[in-house]
Design a protein around this ligand. Structure first.
Ligand SMILES: Cc1cc2nc3c(=O)[nH]c(=O)nc-3n(C[C@H](O)[C@H](O)[C@H](O)COP(=O)(O)O)c2cc1C
Length: 324
């Protein structure tokens, strides 16, 4: 129905990629996206040792025969396992698709991934980064505009301006998103030349997403006005849901707080209190401006079906505008 270079390259039914989500993109949720016809991406950074990571991969394989990916995170982090240890497991377990994301190009991992015949997607926020990744041998690039939930980088280019610029400057397939939460958005990024769409925020409201129901309920009534940027002062700008923790972070940044001081609010432990215990103000939650379009809490399969139906309608609408 929407056959593109991305559905061909990745072997998936729909050109819909669920963005990696720290703490949330674990095996069950990842498998549910892939099983519904999209691409689920397991966040390797959720696992602090090789064996639990290996188990997570095996758990996905037990739940779906369909393709899935693993994300290698290159963002600054306090506690981190060397990505080469994850790559050991990726190669041993025969994972076919890897997504890299972070503040730099995946140079240091390229040789091993290529040798292991892994399809590599690099996620970034600008033309020059996309070109660099392509030059290194990435098989596809993902670009997300300023509206997106999570890391926005420093360029602040909106999705509608970024996507055609990237499409015009690389030859590999482009997956695009940032602010896309429904099928109209999907049709829009495909119209801009992308071969696939990435969505994170929309899937926060999937029943299978392991986010606490109280947080999902609060997000379900949020609008496009309810996100804000934080952590720019420490070189790690993120778009997050506007809750008490986000507003406290912004105030601390205005006062010139150090990273150590900010950690009282922005740490993963604070986020986990929110994500899994339902304390909606405890920590930061990445969230895109599309939250106002995200709709209801539903199973992944229904969300996917809605998106495809809406995108098909958008396509029909354009087709009906034939010149007479
Ligand atoms: C809760 C949440 C956590 C995220 N965590 C990560 C992450 O750990 N690594 C990453 O590369 N991107 C992360 N992202 C970004 C998504 O993978 C995706 O690029 C983004 O959500 C797309 O924009 P959208 O939210 O507007 O759909 C996260 C996004 C959300 C909403």
């Amino acid at each position: 129905m929407f056959k593109t270079r991305i559905t061909e390259l990745l072997g998936i039914q729909y050109p819909i990629i669920c963005g990696t989500m720290m703490h949330l993109s674990r095996s069950e949720f990842t498998a549910s996206i892939s099983e519904a016809g999209g691409l689920g991406i397991l966040a390797s950074a959720n696992y602090q040792d090789k064996e639990s990571f290996r188990q997570a991969i095996r758990n996905i394989k037990a739940r779906t025969d369909r393709p899935f990916a693993v994300n290698l995170n290159m963002f600054p982090a306090r506690k981190r396992l060397d990505n080469h240890l994850y790559i050991d497991v990726i190669l041993e377990e025969g994972v076919g698709i890897v997504e890299t994301s972070g503040h730099k190009a995946p140079e240091e991992y390229m040789a091993r991934l290529k040798e292991g015949k892994v399809t590599l997607i690099h996620k970034c926020v600008g033309v020059r980064y996309a070109r660099k990744a392509e030059g290194l041998g990435a098989d596809a690039v993902t670009v997300v505009g300023y509206e997106n939930g999570g890391a926005t980088g420093v360029l602040d280019i909106t999705t509608i301006c970024l996507v055609p610029r990237v499409v015009d400057n690389v030859t590999v397939p482009v997956i695009a998103g940032g602010g896309v939460c429904d099928g109209r958005g999907m049709a829009a990024v495909l119209s801009l030349g992308a071969d696939g769409v990435i969505m994170g925020t929309r899937f926060l409201l999937a029943e299978e997403c392991p986010l606490h129901p109280a947080v999902k309920q609060a997000l379900a009534s949020a609008t496009e006005m309810d996100t804000m940027l934080v952590m720019r002062s420490v070189g790690n700008t993120h778009r997050v849901w506007k809750n008490q923790a986000a507003e406290t972070t912004a105030r601390m940044e205005e006062r010139g707080a150090t990273l150590e001081e900010l950690f009282q609010v922005i740490s993963g432990d604070q986020a986990k209190k929110m994500y899994f215990q339902g304390d909606t103000d405890a920590g930061l939650l990445a969230c895109g401006q599309g939250i106002g379009l995200a709709g209801d809490i539903k199973p992944v399969r229904e969300i996917m079906a809605d998106i495809i139906e809406e995108a098909s309608k958008a396509r029909e609408r354009l087709n009906s505008m034939k010149s007479s």
